[in-house]
Every structure is written in structure tokens, then in C-alpha cells.
Design a protein around this ligand. Structure first.
Ligand code: NAD
Ligand code: MG
Length: 383
């Protein structure tokens, strides 16, 4: 039986690579639902090629365009963010791959878990904002969350067969981004063109900027905490510019297991979709002798302050990671619109963390309110 996948955010970087995996493994997977926010033309092209049961266009202004274009096809068309929550519950969906960017991925993920759908999780912001809630829900519904993020996929693979063996430490690798080695003074006038050039990965704009500021690694630290049930002292970040070792686990006997491979998101995407199987691929292989050496260094958290801010917010808990995430989403957007400079992003996030009231015990309502309040506050700071 083919696994029927709902891809939330099928027009993005992870979404399109997920469709490539489906094309490569047609006997294993098929696209059951495709969704996009604005990019309706691509959504239509994908729908015609992959013939899903349903599509959702988030921005209702494009509903007519999509439904007109798909009229000759037997594909259901829905619009609006509420429709996302409904399509994931369809009985024909076997797995939900969450490739939406930002906290917009949270609600559809909650609906999918409540409908007992296994989750292939790319949308790390979901666990940053609501890690505790999501962990409780997945336990309650016995729903597996299979990481798509390459570092977390690596850790997950290292933990296979280790069952009850305690983890001493998770070692998250980071490429260091395009500005590795630069100091504060050199980062003053970074342009968005420079920041959008990632040395080893091609990704959506938001995560590319997050990688340049090291916020991506900060979000991944919080993601790892919830996925693998460790505390923040057990998560270490190591800069590894070649992005070959995707991450590692150190056990209490001192032994370290790592997962390696060429940087290609199709591998962790496919692993999450096929787990516990490994499916054969023809992708290029990593060659040790050809690369010669792999290097490692400590992250520079005094220059790239976002990583430290994320650790601090994670340790504080409550609604602090939600504030961090919302402030960062606004900061990245403002940077991409040339409203603030590269270094000001950290200032804005820090300011939000200091100003938004702290809530220790959280509910979905509190998180929703925190998200709205933080965005409002951050927008005001930009004026
Ligand atoms: P992207 O910007 O390329 O794509 C985002 C997708 O989400 C698009 O299909 C878009 O239409 C949709 N979308 C955007 N805003 C939405 C909204 N408000 N409501 C509903 N849909 C919306 O992003 P990406 O790089 O593919 O990243 C997606 C997620 O995966 C992010 O959380 C990112 O951190 C994570 N991730 C990405 C990579 C990567 O290599 N790109 C690697 C690891 C993790
Ligand atoms: Mg990653």
C-alpha cells in the first residue's frame, strides 16, 4: 500500500523536495493533499502533475484562480487557514508532512495529531512555540513525530536501537552560516543579498536568514529538547562548516554516534516518510577521501547573539520561546524589507523578551495571545 501524504506548504523548499521524493519513490508514496499560501500557479501545476485528492490555497483571494484552473480535474479545492485544519483530518491521509514556515504551522499540526496522523515535522517553529503542549498531545494520541530537520533526523537515526540507553549529550552541528568568523563590526552593514547566500544549503528565505544569524540553531536546540526529552545542558552546538556530519549523540559510556551524508534534504525527508524502512536511492554518495578533512569549532555566541537568546528563552520556558519565535519572525521580515539592519534583529528580539509579560503555565490560548502581543509590540518598535 502506498503511503498517502498531506504536504502542508508543498510550494516551498521542503515541500517541493518532498514531491521530488514522491516522484523518485512512486511505489511507496503518493500526494494526497497539497497546500500553499500565495503561490497558486505552482500549486496548480503540482496538483495537475501529482493528482492529489485535495488542495488548499491559504490566501482566499486566489481561490477562484485555483478552482478555475483545476475545474477539468477531479481535485477538491479549499481556501483559508481553517481549511488546513480540516484537510489533515481526512481519513485518506496516512501522514502529514508539515513544511509551512513559521508559527502558522502550529494549528494544523495540532489538528493532525488529534486525528491520530503520524507527523513528519519540518516546521520547527511548532515545537519552539508549543513544545510542551505538542509533546503531551502526541503522547496522549500515541502519534509518532518523525523529524525532517536534518540535525534531528541524524539524532533520531543515532538513537535507533538504543531504546532505554540514557543520552549524555546531543551534539547539534551548524554550518556557521555565511558570516562564520566575522565580528560585530563587520556585520554592521550586511545586506539581505549577502545574508541570503547560504554556504551549504538552499532553503526558503526565512530559514536562510535564521541560519545567517544562528537563530536557526537556537530554534533547533529548543526543537531537540522536546523531540528527545533532554535538558538544555545536554545540548551542545558545534560549528562544522562542511555540513557532512548532520549531528551526533554521546551516550553515558562516552561513545559518540553520528550520522553523515552529503547535505541534501531529500534524505531526511525520505527517512521520515519511510521510517522504519530505508529506501534505495541513486543520489550522489559522500566520499571520505575526496573531502580529505572535516573541521569543527565553537559557535561565537557573543557575535551571533540569537543562539544565546534562544538557549535563555528555552531554559526560562513558559511563553518565552513563543515570544522569541514571534519576535524573530517579525525581525526577519523587517530585515528582508530593509527596515532594520542585520544586528538589529537580535536587539528587537531581546527587547520583546524583556517587555512581553512572562507566563509560566501555558495553554494554547496563552500562546496565541503571546504570539499576537509580541508581533504587535515588535511592529511598534519598528516604527
Ligand atoms: P519556504 O518559505 O520555502 O516554504 C514555506 C511554505 O509554507 C510554502 O509552501 C508557503 O506557501 C507556505 N506558507 C507560508 N506561510 C504560510 C501561512 N501563513 N499559512 C500556510 N502556509 C504558509 O520554507 P522552507 O524553507 O520550505 O521551510 C519550511 C519549514 O521547514 C520551516 O519551518 C523551516 O524551518 C523548516 N526546515 C526547512 C529546511 C530547508 O532546507 N528549507 C530544513 C529544515 C527545516
Ligand atoms: Mg536543520
Amino acid at each position: 500500500m502506498k503511503k498517502r501524504i498531506a504536504i502542508l506548504g508543498s510550494t516551498g523548499s521542503i515541500g517541493t523536495q518532498t514531491l521530488e521524493v514522491i516522484s523518485e519513490q512512486p511505489e511507496h508514496f503518493e500526494a494526497e493533499v497539497l497546500t500553499a499560501q500565495n503561490h497558486w500557479e505552482l500549486l496548480v501545476q503540482q496538483a495537475i502533475r501529482y493528482n492529489p485528492n485535495a488542495v488548499v490555497i491559504g490566501n482566499e483571494a486566489y481561490y477562484k484562480n485555483v478552482s478555475e484552473a483545476l475545474k477539468p480535474h477531479d481535485i477538491k479545492v479549499f481556501a483559508g487557514s481553517k481549511a488546513l485544519n480540516e484537510v489533515v483530518e481526512m481519513h485518506t491521509v496516512d501522514m502529514v508532512l508539515t513544511a509551512i514556515v513559521g508559527s502558522a504551522g502550529l494549528l494544523p499540526t495540532i489538528h493532525a495529531i488529534k486525528a491520530n496522523k503520524p507527523i513528519a515535522l519540518a516546521n520547527k517553529e511548532t515545537l519552539v512555540v508549543a513544545g510542551e503542549l505538542i509533546s503531551t498531545l502526541t503522547l496522549e494520541h500515541e502519534v509518532p513525530v518523525l523529524p525532517v530537520d536534518s540535525e534531528h533526523s541524524a539524532i533520531f537515526q543515532c538513537l535507533c536501537g538504543e531504546y532505554t540507553n540514557p543520552i549524555e549529550k546531543l551534539i547539534l552541528t551548524s554550518s556557521g552560516g555565511p558570516f562564520r568568523g566575522k565580528k560585530i563590526a563587520e556585520l554592521q552593514h550586511i545586506t539581505k543579498r549577502e545574508a541570503l547566500k547560504h554556504p551549504t544549503w538552499t532553503m526558503g528565505q526565512k530559514i536562510t536568514i535564521d541560519s545567517a544569524t544562528l537563530m536557526n540553531k537556537g530554534l533547533e536546540v529548543i526543537e531537540a529538547k522536546w523531540l528527545f526529552d533532554v535538558n538544555f545542558d545536554q545540548i551542545e552546538v558545534v560549528v562544522h562548516p562542511q555540513s557532512i556530519i548532520h549531528s551526533a549523540v554521546q551516550f553515558t559510556d562516552g561513545s559518540i554516534k553520528a550520522q553523515l551524508g552529503l547535505p541534501d534534504m531529500k534524505l531526511p525527508i525520505q527517512y521520515a516518510m519511510a521510517y522504519p524502512e530505508r529506501l534505495s536511492t541513486h543520489y550522489p554518495r559522500f566520499d571520505f577521501a575526496q573531502i580529505g578533512q572535516l573541521t569543527f569549532e565553537k559557535p561565537d555566541v557573543s557575535t551571533f547573539r540569537n543562539l544565546q537568546l534562544a538557549y535563555d528563552a528555552g531554559r526560562k520556558g513558559g511563553n518565552a520561546p513563543c515570544v522569541l519565535n514571534a519576535a524573530n519572525e517579525i525581525a526577519v521580515q523587517a530585515f528582508l524589507q530593509d527596515k532594520i539592519g542585520f544586528l538589529q534583529m537580535s536587539n528587537l528580539i531581546e527587547n520583546c523578551l524583556k517587555s512581553i509579560p512572562f507566563e509560566k503555565n501555558i495553554t494554547l490560548e496563552i500562546l496565541t495571545e503571546t504570539d499576537i502581543e509580541t508581533r504587535k509590540f515588535a511592529e511598534k518598535q519598528l516604527k
